[in-house]
Design a protein around this ligand. Structure first.
Ligand code: G3P
Length: 227
């Protein structure tokens, strides 16, 4: 198994860390997937447990995605320093592509957590993770902190105006592609942005239905039954 394959597996495993599930389980002794939207993401933890837990899960999910990309950066840095790569390989070309693939692996892991799929809490009828919003932000911050911070600013502004997290998430997800392409970031990062935009929107299908029905909860509204 090549080094790049190991890095992508590691990125998937980082993304797989089911922070929201673990935090809720340890704090409340409940399976978050039976409550609210059924997602293990920070929004649902905020809704079901409270602000502190929600903020913690948000930060942890951002950090695990940053860790996945930082690992690639670190290994490539050391590999270059100690000449661990075969001669003739252009690391400047390889690194952004592997960082991009690692970002996608982390997003996929967040929504399809190995621990939730195989662990003691496995249940094919429940979600296997979250909607890849916090993890997308983490990857973005690691790929281009300027685009990451701009996206975070857009996210916070839309939340302040609408108080609907899913709406903010989806509009921010669209902004990722616009900002990456608009600021002429490297091709692999732009492709990551397009894939992340599409992935986040697809993961919000149920939210889109609720938004169209006018039943999507706003911040502060308590929802107990899983849908
Ligand atoms: O970050 C996820 C958010 O956009 C929606 O979460 O739990 O309201 O479906 P939720």
């Amino acid at each position: 198994v090549g080094l790049n394959t190991l890095l992508l597996i590691a990125a998937y495993l980082f993304g797989s860390i089911p922070t929201g599930y673990w935090v809720t389980y340890h704090l409340k002794n409940i399976d978050i997937r039976h409550y609210g939207s059924g997602s293990t993401g920070a929004t649902n933890v905020l809704r079901v447990v409270g602000k502190g837990a929600g903020l913690f899960v948000l930060c942890a999910d951002v950090c695990k995605a940053i860790a996945a990309i930082s690992l690639v950066r670190g290994v490539y840095y050391l590999g270059d320093l100690y000449h661990l790569f075969p001669p003739g390989i252009d690391l400047d070309i390889w690194k952004p592509w592997i960082m991009t693939l690692a970002g996608l692996a982390a997003l996929f892991g967040h929504s399809n957590s190995l621990w939730l799929i195989l662990g003691p809490g496995r249940d094919p009828n429940l979600a296997n993770g979250g909607k890849a919003v916090a993890s997308s932000l983490g990857v973005l911050l690691a790929l281009s902190w300027q685009v990451g911070l701009a996206t975070l600013g857009i996210f916070i502004t839309i939340i302040a105006l609408s108080r609907i997290v899913s709406l903010s998430s989806m509009l921010s997800a669209i902004a990722i592609s616009v900002l990456m392409i608009g600021t002429h970031q490297p091709l692999p990062f732009c492709l990551f942005a397009i894939a992340a935009t599409a992935y986040v929107l697809i993961r919000h299908r149920a939210n889109i239905d609720r938004l169209l029905d006018g039943t999507e909860p706003r911040l502060g509204q308590q929802v107990q039954a899983s849908d």
